[in-house]
Design a protein around this ligand. Structure first.
Ligand code: G3H
Length: 496
């Protein structure tokens, strides 16, 4: 159970503590923030409402801790990360339980998220040892006008304090995808969890605590965005921000100072289906891509663009599979669970109503109880409907029938987003040509969009973000290059 056993230290009465200077603390504000369970719509947990003074303290400590951490041998950093990964996996049950209660993640998926996170931490430790263990050696005589009188040695050094802000839908996995690269590269880390997902994050942070990381190297502050959000992202002590979430990321980018940013924002991932596609494969991927975690993934299939000649057949196949999806509470491991909040459900409903008014065909009746929305496929969606462009972040998927591949590519590229997309065809040449024409960070051929495996590069263009993630890219992004140039008194040529 959350907050018990080895996690007893992180709970005080009915409120979870925040983590600073290697200790679990209560905020001096005396206030807490309620976390509402999406299923029961009642307060499930409470976390500390940290103050700006507490943020200042955390930043100060993080700066000091980073200086000694940067002097810790790389293999020791990796060793501690491996330890944290093992502890996290060992305690997957209470963390998964928190994911079920605060973000309504289906029970099995919640366990998968924790295990995947442990694997990510271990892989990151290994990758860090490999890529940070080597640098570059350059000689000067490759540039015109130079003799071989200069040797340049480059290595990767840490940035300082990394601020990590993960989203509600993968509070553990998208937190460790920032924490592990930051730490292996010699940075310290300040984590600001999403409100829903905060308790899972606090448990995960305790696993790092139990692994024995130095005091102050990792901190986790919880609280209201209005009180500490901008204060954190604009804090002069922050040397890098890694954020995953919605368009708040655009505002953060505009306000942040001259520091490296890694932003993964929304997506409106298009699924282009050609006449020769394997329609059973497409239908299976539309279900997985569009409806897993009730469509609350930035990489979810968010619009199907299907050639008119195969549209009826595809819609029938998807409808048949939608009918088999189970709908209910996450504890029952239902396929479709309540969306994260009432405001989110209301937003989704607004998109559905707009599509109805404008004449979309409902393949299932629209049904909602509280935050639970039954899976819905909307056929004959047209570009004048909001759902053709906006991301519902819910189990509602529009189908647009297209009469040419160009029309599909045009719709995909007219979006403000450019995260991922996918194309289904048996003709690999066409797939490559279409994929190259799609303005997205990644194109999947004959499969639904997905971020993983976690070592693959992951990036969006346009409003979908800046920078590239994936383990290797994140480690590189959280470092900078340091050069040392050895100036020789005379040109020197090996064995010359
Ligand atoms: O929601 C955004 C995530 O980065 C998507 O990750 O493709 O593993 O579901 P996923």
């Amino acid at each position: 159970m959350a907050g018990t056993g080895v996690f007893a230290d992180i709970l005080d009465g009915d409120a979870f503590k925040y983590y600073s200077d290697g200790e679990w603390k209560k905020s001096s504000s005396g206030k807490s923030v309620a976390i509402v369970n999406p299923t029961t719509r009642k307060t499930q947990y409470k976390v500390q409402a940290c103050t700006q003074e507490e943020v200042n303290k955390v930043m100060e400590i993080a700066k000091t801790a980073q200086k000694s951490w940067a002097k810790t041998p790389l293999w020791k950093r990796a060793e501690l990360l491996h330890k944290a990964a093992a502890i996290l996996k060992e305690h997957k049950a209470p963390i998964a339980e928190a994911l079920v209660k605060e973000i309504a993640k289906p029970a099995k998926d919640a366990v998968t998220e924790v295990v995947r996170s442990g694997d990510l931490i271990s892989y990151c430790a290994e990758e860090g040892v490999r890529i940070l263990g080597e640098g570059k050696f350059l000689v000067s005589d490759s540039f015109p006008g130079n003799e071989r009188t200069k040797y340049c040695l480059t290595s990767k050094i840490p940035l300082g304090v990394v601020l990590a802000i993960p989203p509600f839908n993968y509070p553990v996995n998208l937190a460790v995808s920032k924490i592990a690269p930051a730490l292996i590269a010699g940075n310290s880390l300040v984590l600001k969890p999403p409100t829903q997902g905060a308790v899972s994050c606090l448990h995960m942070v305790h696993c790092f605590h139990l692994a024995g990381f130095p005091k102050g190297l990792i901190s986790c502050v919880t609280g209201k965005g209005s009180e500490i959000g901008d204060f954190l992202t604009m804090h002069p002590g922050v040397n890098c921000i890694s954020f995953t979430g919605g368009d708040t990321g655009i505002a953060i980018s505009k306000k942040a100072g001259m520091i490296p940013l890694q932003m993964e924002l929304g997506g409106k991932d298009a699924c282009i289906v050609l006449e020769d596609a394997d329609l059973d494969l497409v239908a299976a991927n539309i279900i997985k891509g569009g409806f897993s975690y009730s469509g609350q993934r930035c990489t979810a299939v968010k619009v199907v663009l299907v050639m008119e000649s195969v549209a009826d057949a595809l819609v029938e196949k998807v409808k048949a599979r939608v009918a088999k999806l189970t709908v209910g509470p996450p504890e029952d491991d239902s396929d479709i669970t309540p969306v994260v909040s009432e405001s989110s459900a209301n937003f989704i409903e607004g998109l559905v109503k707009d599509a109805k008014e404008k004449g979309a065909t409902f393949c299932q009746p629209y049904r909602r109880e509280g935050n639970l929305i039954w899976p819905l496929l909307l056929d004959h969606v047209r570009p004048d409907m909001r759902i053709a462009w906006e991301e519902p972040f819910g189990p509602v998927l529009p189908v647009i029938r297209i009469s040419s591949v160009e029309e599909g590519i045009h719709h995909c590229n007219a979006s403000n987003f450019g995260l991922q997309g996918c194309v289904f065809t048996r003709d690999i040449n066409k797939a490559i040509l279409i994929g190259d024409a799609m303005e997205t960070g990644t194109v999947q051929i004959n499969s639904a969009p997905a971020r993983g495996p976690d070592h693959f590069p992951f990036q969006g263009i346009k409003d979908s973000g800046i920078g590239s993630q994936g383990i290797t890219n994140s480690i590189n992004m959280m470092t900078k290059i340091k050069s040392t140039v050895i100036n020789l008194p005379a040109p020197t040529y090996t064995m010359g």
